[in-house]
Design a protein around this ligand. Structure first.
Ligand code: UDP
Length: 245
């Protein structure tokens, strides 16, 4: 949440948001699986104005070796924003924010990936944000799940993610950059629909207990919509006749 500037009109008198969406509408989401030849699995997502590439490698040997675990595989996630991905050039060095987002995405994916099948190995997930427009951690998590599945790594479920929040005093689905900066709350959610488990839940801003519950319900609706798009991306790669690579 940024300055919460009072002058920005985030919701008009008809309940329409500044980018033309209704309060319960996500931005357009498109996902393509298997876009990188040299990765074991990959995906490209456009989530509104966000453009993110995910590349997965492994299970593979761990270097340095002392980081490996004889009982299970480990998951490593690097979320990185390109300097040109935002209006004001981002310094190339990893920021505290990128380290935090890498950590929360890793923790959101871990319950889904059957790492216990691959002791002493690592699965590496690289997430490159080419263009950012609010909600990159959710979009990156969506792409990471598809890339992991594309790599053939056994998973309990696909993790789907979408944020809900509050702007213009209304609860809204899929918070864009402007709403994130000037709105009242942003709540990214990661969810495994088949298992009914939430694996990512953050809240930046202020909500009443009632709004908090409604925001989760709204966010889960968005997650479920993204889930269908993720499955379609995988179907398209594996069940269509066209050559994807
Ligand atoms: N952002 C930016 N410069 C930065 C970091 C972020 O302009 O150095 C923008 C970017 O559009 C991002 C948004 O701020 O999507 C919200 O960032 P936040 O930390 O809330 O994470 P996100 O919503 O992307 O998961």
């Amino acid at each position: 949440m940024g300055g919460r500037e009072a002058n920005v009109v985030l919701l008009d008198e008809n309940g329409i948001r500044s980018d033309g969406r209704k309060v319960n509408e996500t931005r357009k989401v498109t996902i393509k699986a298997g876009v990188l030849k040299n990765a074991n699995g990959s995906a490209y997502i456009e989530f509104g104005g966000n453009k993110i590439l995910a590349g997965v490698f492994g299970p593979r040997d761990v270097h340095p070796k002392h980081m490996s675990n004889p009982d299970t595989g480990i998951l490593r996630v690097r979320y990185h924003m390109e300097p040109f991905s935002v209006g004001e050039r981002k310094k190339p060095a990893p920021s505290r924010r990128e380290i935090e987002i890498s950590k929360v995405i890793k923790e959101a994916l871990e319950p889904a990936v059957m790492l216990e099948n691959f002791p002493r190995t690592a699965v590496d997930v690289f997430l490159e944000v080419l263009q950012a427009d609010g909600g990159t951690r959710c979009a990156a998590l969506d792409a990471a799940s598809v890339a992991l599945a594309d790599a053939g790594i056994p998973m309990r479920d696909i993790v789907c993610a979408c944020a809900a929040g509050k702007a213009g005093d209304a609860l809204i689905l899929d918070v864009n950059n402007e709403e994130d900066q000037a709105g009242q709350a942003d709540m990214p959610i990661g969810y495994m629909p088949n298992l009914g488990k939430i694996t990512l839940l953050q809240l930046d801003g202020v909500l009443t207990p009632d709004e908090y519950k409604k925001c989760i319900e709204l966010g889960l609706e968005g997650c479920k919509q993204v889930y269908e798009i993720q499955k379609n991306a995988l179907r398209e790669k594996y069940f269509s006749s066209s050559d994807n690579n």
